[in-house]
Design a binder for this molecule. Structure first.
Ligand SMILES: Cc1cc2nc3c(=O)[nH]c(=O)nc-3n(C[C@H](O)[C@H](O)[C@H](O)COP(=O)(O)OP(=O)(O)OC[C@H]3O[C@@H](n4cnc5c(N)ncnc54)[C@H](O)[C@@H]3O)c2cc1C
Length: 382
C-alpha cells in the first residue's frame, strides 16, 4: 500500500494551501463584515483553476480526479467556508451532474464558461418541506409540447444569488427528473436570501419557479433518473465536504496548539497540562482517522465505484469528529475564543457547525450506512 503523493499532487495541494493561508485567511474578518468574498480573491481562485476542478480538459477545465479534489478541499477547509462552499458547489455538485450525465450540447454550452468562472453553477434539490427526505419534493415538471413547465420552490441554495444556472430536480410523470435551468429564464426568481451564523459571505437563497418554461433539451440525462443522478453527485460532494472538515479540524488544532503553548496557567503552558495534552492527542487521532476515510472514499470514487457507505462514513466522521475537535479547541481558547472577530477559532467553530446538517445530515449518513450494512455491505474489500 502506497500512501505517498505524486510530486504533481503535492505541488497542487501546496499552491492551494499557500493561497488560502497567504491571501484568504488574513482577510477573514473583511469577508465576514462585508458578507461577500472580495472580487480579487475570486480572481485569485480562478487563476489557480479552482473554479474548473471537475471540468474535462476539452472544455477548458482541470479534469481532476476525486482524490486530487479531496486534497484541494482539505486545504480550502483551512480557510473561510464562504470560499470553500462557493468553490465546492460551483465545481462539485453544481457541475458534476452536467459532466457525468449532460448531453454534448449541454456540455458545450455550459462547461467552458463554468471553467473560466464566467458562469457560476448551483444545485437546487432541497425544498421547504423536503430536506433530509429529499425524495418527498413537491416541485413539478410537466411536458407541454416539446417544452417542460416547472413549478416549485427550492430553498437554502448555495450560490443562488450569483448563479447563472441551477441543476434543478422536479417530479415528472416517470419520477424525479433533473434539468439545467438558466437563472434569467422567465418564471425563475430568487426568493428569500438567508443570513447564516457561519459561512458568512456565501448567502444561500430560495429559488422560486412559477410556470417556468424550459426547452426539451434542458432535461439532463433520462427522464425519471434525476434522483439517482443527485445521489451520485452527492456521493462525491460528501467526500470533498469530509475533506473540508478535516482541513478545518487540522487548522483549529494547529491554532489551539499555538495558543496553548503560549498561554500559561498554574506555572506552565496550557498545552502541557496533562488533561489538555491528552485532548490534543485525541484531536490529532480523530483528524488522522477522518483523513484516511476521506482519501479512501475518494480513491474508490475515482475507480468508478459507488462508495455509498464509504462516502457517508467520510462525511459523518469528517463532520462529527471535526465538530468535536473544533469545539474542544474553542474550550482551549477560554474566554478569548468567544469574542467576535478576535481569534479565527470562533469563525471556524461557526463555519464547521453546518457540516453536521447539510449535504445529508449526520443522521441521514447513519441511515445510509445502516441501510448498506443491512444489504451485506459490511466491509470494503481492499
Ligand atoms: C448553509 C446551507 C447551504 C445549503 N446549500 C444547499 C444547496 O446548495 N443545495 C441544496 O439542495 N440544499 C442545500 N442546503 C440544504 C441542506 O442540504 C438541508 O438543510 C439538509 O439536507 C437538511 O434538511 P432540512 O434543513 O430540511 O432538515 P430536516 O430534514 O427537517 O431535518 C431536521 C433534523 O432532523 C433530522 N432528521 C430528519 N429525519 C430524520 C430521521 N428519519 N431520523 C433521525 N433524524 C432525522 C435531521 O438530521 C436534522 O438534524 C443547504 C443548507 C444550508 C444550511
Amino acid at each position: 500500500m502506497d500512501f505517498s503523493l505524486s510530486e504533481e499532487d503535492r505541488l497542487l495541494q501546496g499552491s492551494v494551501k499557500d493561497f488560502v493561508e497567504d491571501t484568504v485567511n488574513p482577510r477573514w474578518r473583511e469577508i465576514e463584515e462585508k458578507g461577500a468574498i472580495p472580487d480579487d480573491i475570486i480572481e485569485g481562485a480562478k487563476e489557480l483553476g479552482l473554479l474548473a476542478l471537475s471540468i474535462p480538459a476539452e472544455y477548458g477545465g482541470m479534469e481532476l480526479g476525486v482524490l486530487q479534489k479531496a486534497l484541494i478541499h482539505e486545504m480550502l477547509g483551512r480557510g473561510p467556508w464562504a470560499l470553500g462552499t462557493y468553490v465546492s458547489v460551483h465545481t462539485g455538485i453544481g457541475c458534476v451532474g452536467l459532466v457525468k450525465f449532460g448531453s454534448d450540447a449541454q456540455k458545450q454550452r455550459y462547461l467552458p464558461k463554468m471553467a473560466t468562472g464566467e458562469w457560476i453553477g448551483s444545485f437546487a434539490l432541497t425544498e421547504p418541506d423536503a430536506g433530509s427526505d429529499a425524495g418527498a419534493m413537491k416541485s413539478t415538471a410537466v411536458r407541454d409540447g416539446s417544452d417542460w413547465v416547472l413549478n416549485g420552490t427550492k430553498t437554502f441554495i448555495t450560490n443562488a444569488p450569483k448563479a447563472h444556472h441551477f441543476m434543478v430536480f422536479a417530479r415528472s410523470e416517470s419520477g424525479i427528473s433533473a434539468f439545467v435551468v438558466d437563472a434569467d429564464r422567465p418564471g425563475v426568481k430568487i426568493g428569500q436570501v438567508f443570513d447564516t451564523i457561519g459561512h458568512r459571505g456565501s448567502r444561500p437563497a430560495e429559488v422560486v419557479m412559477e410556470d417556468c418554461r424550459v426547452p426539451g433539451d434542458a432535461l439532463i440525462g433520462e427522464e425519471g433518473k434525476g434522483f439517482d443522478y443527485a445521489k451520485r453527485c452527492l456521493a462525491e460532494g460528501r467526500t470533498t465536504l469530509g475533506a473540508r472538515c478535516v482541513g478545518s479540524a487540522q487548522k483549529a488544532m494547529e491554532l489551539a496548539l499555538e495558543y496553548g503553548m503560549e498561554r500559561r496557567t498554574f506555572g506552565k503552558p496550557l498545552a502541557e497540562h496533562q488533561a489538555l495534552a491528552f485532548r490534543f492527542a485525541q484531536m490529532s487521532a480523530r483528524t488522522e482517522a477522518s483523513r484516511l476515510c476521506v482519501l479512501r472514499s475518494a480513491w474508490l470514487l475515482q475507480q468508478g465505484k459507488a462508495a455509498v457507505r464509504e462516502s457517508s462514513t467520510a462525511k459523518l466522521l469528517g463532520a462529527e469528529f471535526g465538530w468535536q475537535t473544533v469545539d474542544e479547541c474553542m474550550q482551549i481558547f477560554g474566554g478569548n475564543g468567544y469574542i467576535t472577530g478576535e481569534y479565527m477559532i470562533e469563525r471556524i467553530w461557526r463555519d464547521l457547525r453546518v457540516a453536521r446538517v447539510y449535504d445529508g445530515s449526520s443522521e441521514v449518513q447513519q441511515m445510509l450506512i445502516s441501510s448498506q450494512l443491512r444489504k451485506g455491505n459490511v466491509l470494503t474489500p481492499m
